[in-house]
Design a binder for this molecule. Structure first.
Ligand code: ADP
Ligand code: ADP
Length: 235
């Protein structure tokens, strides 16, 4: 069974800025297998972020259905870890404490975070080591380069061992060298743990380097183009 399944999904925004009667994404049908690494490429504004919001339950479909792990998505999914173009680390927290933040928030309701902090810190250290950031645990975000902050945000997205990692242009702001280093770090993490990855990017080279499956979206309204439409032969 697919892990993520879109059936004829369309979404029209309804706020003041929305264009009346226009879908942001239209008639998207696809299935993503468990542990699969998928990339969605397309020009800016084509609906990539909207696709992400639909997959994680931050937005509800106007038409069609979204299912994850066999269940209809009805609200924000806790099984997803997310990272975005900006690392968004909290400046008054160390790298380690930034990475632990999602666990701290979720677990403080059960007040078990403090009891398990040492175990979680060890998990965070392993993640930091896997992206080449050993020794930076106690540094503050402003002591790290942009690429290092982005590595830390990747660790934060993975700290609660999500089954699904959602990446929205996470390498967009990095220089070419740092970007390729991070690609490799991500590939290694993914090969070791086989969580699901959905990466949205406008960088086709990045998509092809990282993903098992690449979907191409058209501009306005965002549709997934068929192989024929992008000039590929049948599989
Ligand atoms: P990015 O992820 O590329 O930094 P966003 O996802 O915030 O940017 O926005 C992508 C596109 O959606 C942009 O063209 C932006 O103007 C538009 N957009 C974002 N939020 C809104 C909104 N609330 N109303 C209308 N358009 C929006
Ligand atoms: P991408 O991530 O590919 O840049 P988005 O999913 O952010 O594209 O946006 C797709 C379309 O939906 C764009 O035309 C954008 O302007 C519009 N849009 C995005 N967010 C909103 C919003 N909150 N309200 C109205 N329109 C939006």
């Amino acid at each position: 069974d697919p892990f993520v399944e879109f059936r004829h999904v369309s979404l029209a925004y309804t706020d003041a800025q929305a264009r009346a009667g226009e879908y942001a994404v239209e008639d998207i049908s696809l299935a993503i297998g468990a542990g699969e690494f998928v990339a969605i490429v397309g020009p800016s504004g084509c609906g990539k972020s909207t696709f992400m919001k639909l997959t994680t339950g931050l937005k509800a479909a106007t038409r069609g259905s979204v299912r994850v792990d066999g269940q209809p998505v009805t609200g924000p999914l806790k099984i997803a870890g997310m990272a975005f173009q900006a690392p968004n680390l909290l400046p008054w927290r160390t790298t380690l404490d930034n990475i632990l933040l999602p666990l701290e928030i979720v677990q403080s309701y059960r007040s078990s975070f403090r009891a398990r902090r040492a175990e979680y810190a060890e998990r965070a250290r392993r993640l930091l080591a896997s992206v080449g950031l050993s020794g930076y645990e106690d540094k503050f975000p402003w002591e790290l380069s942009g690429g290092m902050q982005q590595r830390a945000s990747l660790c934060r997205a993975l700290i609660h061992e999500p089954r699904m990692l959602m990446l929205d242009e996470p390498f967009g702001a990095l220089d070419a060298f740092t970007r390729e280093e991070l690609w490799c770090a991500l590939r290694d993490l993914w090969s070791a743990q086989r969580f699901n990855v959905v990466l949205v990017t406008h960088d086709l080279r990045e998509a092809v380097f990282l993903a098992d499956t690449v979907y191409v979206m058209s501009a306005r309204p965002g549709r997934i183009l068929s192989r024929r439409e992008i000039g590929l032969p049948r599989p």
